[in-house]
Design a protein around this ligand. Structure first.
Ligand code: UGA
Length: 424
């Protein structure tokens, strides 16, 4: 099938590469010329495990990029919308990109005779498809849903760092629409997947995405709360999490305590859902608490450093890890950033290292010292803070230096000599 993908960010690019690998002919559309050029030059504009190899194999035969939306939509049967849905200052979702792309696609569809399906991959608050996407597409295309125009909400559940694995082995595929033909059109793309395909209406599909991320974020804040209590009582949270996770009703995943969740999804999505519920007159207390615990977790880490060092001013601190998790170059909403800000305010002497996150953080904090390796940072410092679970941090020689671990990097019997964990 010929497929166009609007928005060549994390989600769009993975969807594009994944569908192209399955045998479809895919064109990515983006307003960013540099990004488009990079894809056509077989250079992935972002780092994601396995993406480079796939792009090198698929471009230009089955995967290309363009800035020309009209051409891409006219030559395809399905358009995936993967534009960003960022947060406003108070956490509510910004839908202007979604609105604009629906207008642009609708205008192209006005001149298209053959039926076309628009599949929404972007995370949008419940109600968006029904009240914005469908009416905008109908108004600008002059067509009606179910009559030459298809719309499906098809949320993504990809994790950065293992997004391609997640694309090819999904736990489930959710297809939401009020039009069965739109759902059936999307289903044909996913026939090779063995997972359940859940058919829903628009709102249910939109909410499944938010509720999934909110549930995962809740598990993390929950175990961090338990961890904070354990730490005060000298109990190892890791053992507790293991014991709790063995209950099949709870499961072992997302019970890793630490400095809290970051990234472009959990903080933004929990805030957007909280905000949406407030708009409807409901105060979502669990969601509020999930965000509150998460915001405080980096402070717990700082407390530990202060308790160890006393006054932080002028102290030489190695800070290992900038990205919000390992295997990505993404530092968005990374807890490391709030910890760095606090250290800078308290005039610590920082020696910073991360295998992939330095370029992004250097633009935010150009005045800081960035080391060439974790070992170099450690050698210059009197205390070490670990803020991302990069496996290479296990192999550094820490000697007698105090290592404060915010991410549970070491197995219990392989910890450095002088060591403290944030919740264990
Ligand atoms: C998350 C979801 O896991 C995906 O299913 C979803 O598709 C994606 O958001 C999205 O909405 O696009 P991602 O943000 O890439 O994926 O990363 P996760 O692996 O979920 O980790 C999120 C944060 O939680 C990281 O900072 C990680 O270190 C932290 N985390 C995760 C913990 O602190 N403890 C855990 O046990 C697990």
């Amino acid at each position: 099938m010929n497929i166009s993908i609007s928005g060549a960010g994390y989600v769009g690019l993975i969807q594009a590469a994944g569908l192209a690998k399955l045998g479809h002919k895919v064109v990515c559309v983006d307003v960013d010329r540099e990004k488009v050029q990079k894809i056509n030059d077989k250079k992935p504009p972002i780092y994601e495990k396995g993406l480079k190899t796939l792009i090198q194999r698929l471009v230009p035969k089955r995967l290309t990029a363009t800035t020309n939306l009209r051409d891409a939509v006219l030559k395809s049967q399905i358009t995936f919308v993967c534009v960003g849905t960022p947060s406003m200052i108070h956490g509510e979702i910004k839908l202007h990109q979604m609105q604009k792309i629906c207008e642009d696609i609708g205008q192209v569809l006005r001149e298209k005779k053959a039926p076309h399906v628009v599949a929404i991959k972007s995370t949008v608050v419940p109600g968006t498809c029904q009240t914005i996407v469908v009416p905008t597409l109908e108004r600008t295309s002059g067509k009606k849903l179910g009559d030459g125009l298809g719309v499906t909400m098809n949320p993504e559940f990809l994790r950065e760092g293992s997004a391609l694995e997640d694309f090819f082995s999904p736990d489930r595929i959710v297809l939401g629409s009020s039009d069965q033909k739109s759902i059936d059109a999307l289903k044909t793309l996913y026939t090779s997947f063995k997972c359940p395909i859940l058919e829903t209406n628009f709102g249910e599909a939109e909410m499944i995405k938010y509720a999934s991320n909110a549930m995962l974020a809740t598990k993390i804040s929950f175990i961090n709360e338990i961890g904070n209590i354990c730490k005060k009582m000298g109990i190892d949270t890791n053992k507790v999490a293991k014991g709790v996770g063995l209950d099949y009703r709870i499961g072992p995943h997302f019970l890793r305590s630490g400095i809290g969740f970051g990234g472009s999804c959990f903080p933004k999505d929990v805030s957007a859902l909280l905000h949406k519920s407030l708009e409807l007159g409901y105060h979502a207390r669990i969601l509020r608490a999930v965000l509150d615990v998460n915001k405080d977790q980096p402070l717990k880490f700082l407390e530990l450093v202060e308790n160890t060092l006393g006054n932080i001013k002028g102290k030489r601190i190695a800070l290992l890890g900038l990205t919000f998790k390992a295997e990505t170059d993404d530092v968005r909403e990374s807890p490391s950033l709030s910890i760095i800000k606090e250290f800078v305010m308290q005039q610590a002497q920082l020696y910073i290292f991360d295998p992939m996150g330095i370029p992004a953080v250097r633009t935010l904090f150009p005045q800081l010292n960035y080391a060439k390796s974790a070992q170099e940072a450690v050698d210059k410092a009197e205390i070490v803070c670990i803020l991302t679970e990069w496996p290479e941090f296990k192999k550094v020689g820490y000697g007698e230096k105090m290592v404060i671990d915010g991410k549970n990097v070491f197995e219990t019997d392989k910890r450095p000599k002088n060591y403290q964990g944030i919740c264990w």
